[in-house]
Design a protein around this ligand. Sequence first.
Ligand SMILES: *[C@@H]1O[C@H](CO)[C@@H](O)[C@H](O)[C@H]1NC(C)=O
Ligand SMILES: *[C@@H]1O[C@H](CO)[C@@H](O)[C@H](O)[C@H]1NC(C)=O
Ligand SMILES: *[C@@H]1O[C@H](CO)[C@@H](O)[C@H](O)[C@H]1NC(C)=O
Ligand SMILES: *[C@@H]1O[C@H](CO)[C@@H](O)[C@H](O)[C@H]1NC(C)=O
Ligand SMILES: [Zn+2]
Length: 520
Amino acid sequence: MARPRHVVLLLAAVALAAPARGRDAYHKLLRGSPAPNSSVPESELSQRYWAAQAQASLAARLARPAVTGTARNVVMFLGDGMSVPTLAAARTLLGQRRNATGEETYLAFETFPTVGLVKTYCVDAQIADSACSATAYLGGAKANIGTIGVSANVPREHCTAAQLPHNHVHSIAEWALSDGRDAGIVTTTRVTHASPAGAYAHTSSRDWESDADIGDACAGARQQDIALQLVHSHPGNKFKVILGGGRREFLPNTTVDEEGTNGRRLDGRHLINEWQADKKARNVSYQYVWNRDQLIAASADLPEYLLGLFEGSHMQYHLEADSKTEPTLAELTEVAIRSLSRNKKGFFLFVEGGRIDHAHHDNLVHKSLDEAIELSAAVERAASLLAEQDSLLVVTSDHAHVMSLSGYTRRGGDILGPSDDKGDDGVPYMTLSYANGPGYRPHTDAGLRQDISKLEYRDINFAFPASVPLESETHGGDDVAVFARGPHHSMFTGLYEQNQLPHLMGYAACIGPGLHACHK
Ligand SMILES: *[C@@H]1O[C@H](CO)[C@@H](O)[C@H](O)[C@H]1NC(C)=O
Ligand SMILES: *[C@@H]1O[C@H](CO)[C@@H](O)[C@H](O)[C@H]1NC(C)=O
Ligand SMILES: *[C@@H]1O[C@H](CO)[C@@H](O)[C@H](O)[C@H]1NC(C)=O
Ligand SMILES: *[C@@H]1O[C@H](CO)[C@@H](O)[C@H](O)[C@H]1NC(C)=O
Ligand SMILES: [Zn+2]
C-alpha cells in the first residue's frame, strides 16, 4: 500500500511546484487571495485545525449509538431534481447568505449519519422522469417513463393495462395504512403532480391530472384522472393530510377558484366539495384551507382530515411567494407531522420540494438552489419535532439535472457569479452552467460567446448559460444521494437501485410486503 501513496505525494509535489498557468496543461490553477466579501478563517491555515476537526467528527461517529428499534414514523423527503451538484451549490449559497465563504456549510440533512447513492434509470429509459421514479421510490418497482403506480407491464398511455389490478404497484403509504398507521402528502407542486401521485395513483400517464387531460384518449376505458383517484380511491381517500397546490384539477372549468384561477374539469365535478362530503358521510372531522392564515388557524385545533390547496397550479417559488397566502414547506411539514403524530401506531409522510426541478428546467439557478435550501429547512423542522429513536427520516431525489459546478474559482467565490477564470476566447464563464436549456445564447457578431458577467446575473430570473439550446433543460442520468437518520439508518448505505428505497423503509418500520425480512 505504501507505493501508491508515494505516487500521490509525488504528483501533488509536482502540481505545487508548477507555476499558476505553467507546464501542467490540465490544471490551470488560479492563485490569489480569497474572493471579496468573505475571508478564509485564519484557523484554516493550520493543519492542527483540520486534524482537530476530523478527530471530532471521528469521535462523533464512534459515540453514535446504533438505532435499531422499529421506526414508528417514516418521513420521506424528496428534492425533485436535487442532483449532487445542486447540493454542493445550495450549501455554498446558504453559507454565503450568512457571509461565510460557503463551501464548508452543511444543509440540515447533510449531517445525517448515513449517506447512500441510488441508480435512477427506469425500465424503458436511461434517464428517469418524476413518474417512473416515484413508482420506484414509493412503490418499490421500476416502471416505464411517464407512468405512475403501475408495473412495467403497462406501456405509457395504455388505457386498459393500467386498469388491471395485478398491474397496480402499491405504495408505502398504502403499506402504512394497512398496518393501522396514518399517511399524508405535502408538496410545493400540484398535489396531482407525478411525485406525490406516486403515493396514491395508478395511471399510465402522469399528464392525466384531471379528466380534461384524458380527453378522448381512453373513451370507455374507465381510466380515472389523478385528482379523482386522490379524492375517491384507496389510499388517497384515507390520507389524513394533503397539502400543496393544484386547485384547478379539482374544479369544473365553469368555476373560478378563490384566487381567480379557472378550474379545468369538464365533467362538472367539484372535487373539493366531494372530498368534504365524503368525510362528512364518514362522520369524521375535516377542514379545507386555501391560504396560510387558514392553515395556521387550523393547526391550533387540527381536524382529523386536512386538505390544503394553496394555489390554482403549483405553489409559488419561495423567492417570489406572497407570505400572506403561501405557507413555507417547513410550515406545511410541521402541520402535517403534528396531525399525523396523533396516531400512536405511527405514520408515513411524503414531503416534496418539487420546484427545484422546475427552476432547473428553466436554467434558473438561484430559484432552484433556494428551493433546495427550503427543503433543508423543512427537514430541519421535522428533525426537531421527531425523535431519532422512533422516527426514520430519509432525504433523496428522483433524478439528477445537468447543472455543473466548474472552473477554478477561489475559495468563497460568489456561487452565483462568474468564475475567476476566463474561457480561451477571453470571455468570462459562470461557475454554474448547464449542458442544455433555454439559457443558451447565440454567439455575438464577432463570433464570440456573450459576456455574461455584463448581464444581470443577480436577477432571480436570469437564465444561466447552457451549451445546447432547448426550451426546457433536461434531467440528468447520474446517481442521486440518499441521507438517512433514525431506526436502521445504516441500511441506506451503499449504491443500489431506486426501487429498493421503500423496501428499506418498510424493513425499518416493519410494514409492507417484505415482513418476513422485518428485523423484529
Ligand atoms: C452580511 O453582511 C452584510 C453587509 O456587511 C450585512 O448587511 C448582513 O446583515 C450580513 N448578513 C449576515 C447574515 O450576517
Ligand atoms: C368548459 O368545457 C366545455 C366542454 O369542453 C366547453 O363547452 C365550455 O365552453 C367550457 N367552459 C369554459 C368557461 O371554459
Ligand atoms: C359521529 O361522531 C360523533 C363524535 O365522534 C358521535 O358522537 C356520533 O354518534 C357519530 N354519529 C354517527 C351517526 O355515527
Ligand atoms: C460584495 O459586496 C458588494 C457590496 O455589498 C456587492 O455589491 C457585491 O456584489 C459583492 N460581491 C460578491 C462577489 O458577492
Ligand atoms: Zn423535471
